[in-house]
Design a binder for this molecule. Structure first.
Ligand code: AMP
Ligand code: MG
Length: 410
């Protein structure tokens, strides 16, 4: 146990986290699992798409030179999707064709069935087509060899569709970081297993943090809480460090005599990037690195843990996946009344938001204690108050990090 040597400012901590966060390894990921990930390399078209001239409608393929209203054409073959005709179209002849069917030899237009006398062994033409009518040319979507998606592109449904048209079964993407979440604290009890004895509480942090990590797109798993006993803690931390890209712990990282997380980490060869941020809630935040693994020691108070996750761990996970663009939106908000900040550090205040004719009005969700989990269920945003000022005046604009996008979008 030790006291804080040096507290750094919030923007400095945010910068250090990102600066010391590597990209996740590139992995060929099955197309069906690539949603939300980011391409690590340019993707080129492997084929012309569509691969062949084909019909855009259900109807008849003819030679446009033969087209004359009232003329009767004789059906010699058919060309449904997936089964090209074996015959070609001669003068006065036609081949029945369906959407996606290969345009048969000899034909240069397709007449919609609606513009004929109907389906049969012959038909009468009602409306004369132009050459090329209703034909989708090979390669009109993509050309073999051209770059269709650039490295750095986020994979959404349209990108998956495009890659599939080219026959890609897997995509080279930055893989989801593997996050291991570990709560520390002798007082913690696994929810749903038994009732609490005096002095005990249920472990809520590890569940919350796993949910946050998954929401950010990571692959996260929790381990059972470790007690504050040195040996138990050491084994649990080493185990987590060996199996994760990112380890996130909660508790035991402040300056109490039982707070052994930091000293144990240093013993285990974790390099301290910083410990202690001039920030509320979350002063004892620890960030460290051991080879490619990154370590976040979040404070134990549930609100501190979740807010620190959002502000520091989430951006790191996004960076690992190449998703720097996926930031929480920031807006300017005002308060109806003066708000004080006597903490001497940046206060990320839990607020609800309301749209008014003056802009976004923020209102404290109530008591701001770091243990008040229920307060987070009411918070739409974190208003950043301070750190130098004593607070903000009524009507003055301050920056807020939006936690619930739907509130500002809808
Ligand atoms: P610590 O940072 O370990 O001193 O913990 C600060 C406060 O957060 C204490 O009241 C702890 O009991 C509480 N706490 C620590 N870990 C958890 C957890 N996993 N779930 C809920 N509360 C916790
Ligand atoms: Mg503790």
């Amino acid at each position: 146990m030790q006291l804080f040597e040096k507290l750094i400012e919030y923007p400095e901590a945010e910068r250090l986290v990102l600066e010391r966060t590597p990209r996740a390894p590139v992995e060929e990921t099955p197309l069906g699992d690539a949603l939300g990930l980011v391409l690590a390399e340019d993707l080129s078209a492997t084929v012309d798409s569509p691969p062949f001239d084909n019909s855009a409608v259900d109807g008849y393929a003819i030679r446009s030179a033969d087209a004359e209203a009232g003329r009767v054409f004789k059906v010699v073959d058919e060309a449904p999707a997936g089964r090209p005709a074996t015959k070609s179209v001669g003068e006065g002849e036609t081949i029945k064709i369906f959407t996606g069917g290969v345009i048969p030899e000899g034909a240069d237009a397709v007449v919609m069935v609606e513009n004929t006398s109907g389906w049969g062994e012959e038909f009468e033409l009602k409306k004369v087509p132009e050459p090329g009518n209703n034909i989708r040319d090979a390669g009109q979507d993509t050309r073999r060899g051209e770059v269709i998606l650039r490295a750095g592109t986020g994979i959404g449904a349209p990108e998956i569709a495009l890659a599939a048209t080219q026959g890609y079964g897997a995509l080279p993407v930055y893989r989801r970081p593997k996050v291991v979440v570990l709560s520390t604290g002798t007082e913690l009890v696994e929810p749903g297993t038994r009732e609490l004895s005096p002095g005990e509480i249920f472990d809520s942090n590890s569940f919350a943090i796993v949910a946050q990590a998954r929401e950010a797109g990571a692959e996260a798993r929790r381990t059972h809480a470790a007690s504050d006993e040195a040996e138990v803690l050491r084994a649990a931390l080493e185990d987590a460090l060996q199996s994760a890209d990112v380890v996130v712990t909660s508790g035991g990282v402040s300056v109490g005599e039982k707070d052994l997380v930091k000293s144990t980490l240093l013993d285990l060869g974790v390099e301290q990037v910083f410990w202690g941020v001039k920030f509320k809630p979350g002063k004892p935040l620890f960030y460290g690195a051991r080879s490619e693994t990154r370590f976040f020691g979040l404070p134990g108070n549930p609100v501190s843990a979740m807010v620190c996750f959002d502000l520091f761990v989430r951006p790191a996970l996004m960076r690992m996946m190449g998703r720097e663009d996926k930031k929480r939106p920031r807006i300017r908000v005002y308060f109806e009344e003066d708000v004080t900040n006597t903490f001497g550090r940046m206060h990320a205040m839990r607020v609800s938001l309301k749209r008014t004719e003056k802009g976004w009005r923020a209102e404290s969700v109530g008591a701001q204690g770091s243990g008040l989990v229920s307060s987070l269920t009411k918070a739409d945003a974190l208003a950043l108050i301070g750190p130098e000022s004593e607070g903000v005046r009524a009507g003055e604009l301050v920056e807020a990090i939006v936690l619930r996008e739907e509130v500002v979008l809808g």
